[in-house]
Ligand binder design. Structure first.
Ligand SMILES: [Zn+2]
Length: 230
């Protein structure tokens, strides 16, 4: 039976090899690291890097994807918090960004192990974030995201959060226009605001509150027309 999360897990494997593994080759050669990488899909939630000598393995759990497709559950994962707290991808934890970042996160563990930058009980430490920051700053993370979007489109795999009704929202469910009042979920709260600009992938929304104006950039697929949702 076709399982979209299994299909997406296979694409994570593919872009890890296509982008992260390819782009690190010069770095590995410079340091005489002679290692092998195998990326695979696991059946559970566990998503991790492991190592046996020079053989490294990155496992993407199929149920990790199922869990992260749900916006509420996604918030509970370290990777979603990292995007927001460290401002990766402009701090915008859309589902596609979250998936691309998941690859970067696991790959950062691989680099961390080569650098010897971890001890028991200290995995997500300063050295780790130094590596992860570099993967984002160098543009590699952006290329992972781009490759993922291309592969997903080619294989017709959805790169969106599940909507509460359970229907995937591949395309905007609403025709949007400037000046329109819309609502969306942001960090667990319901926000309502006015669309002030429509860009290619996101719309800019202003919310006027008691303590000033807040600005948001949101993919159209995450918007609800305000008056349909009371
Ligand atoms: Zn980790």
């Amino acid at each position: 039976m076709y399982c979209p999360d299994q299909a997406l897990a296979c694409l994570l494997v593919e872009v890890t090899e296509q982008v992260l593994w390819q782009e690190i080759q010069p770095w590995l050669r410079e340091r005489d690291h002679c290692i092998q990488l195998r990326c695979r899909v696991g059946s559970g939630r566990a998503t991790y890097h492991s190592q046996q000598g020079a053989r490294h393995t990155i496992t993407y759990g199929r149920k990790m994807i199922t869990s992260k497709r749900c916006p509420q559950q996604a918030q509970l994962w370290t990777t979603a918090r990292e995007i927001q707290s460290r401002g990766y991808f402009g701090g915008q934890a859309g589902f596609a960004e979250l998936m691309a970042h998941t690859c970067c996160h696991e790959f950062a563990h691989l680099v961390q192990s080569l650098n010897g930058w971890y001890r028991r009980g200290s995995i997500h430490n300063r050295g780790f974030y130094q590596i992860l920051d570099r993967i984002h700053r160098s543009g590699t993370a952006g290329r992972v995201l781009e490759a993922l979007r291309i592969e997903a489109a080619r294989h017709s795999v959805s790169l969106t959060f599940d909507t509460p009704s359970g229907a995937p929202s591949d395309s905007p469910r609403i025709a949007i226009q400037r000046g329109q009042r819309v609502g969306f979920r942001y960090r667990g709260r319901q926000v309502s605001g006015i669309i002030t600009r429509i860009n290619q992938k996101t719309v800019r929304i202003e919310q006027h509150g008691i303590d000033g104006v807040e600005y948001f950039r949101v993919p159209p697929s995450q918007l609800d027309v305000e008056d349909q949702h009371g």
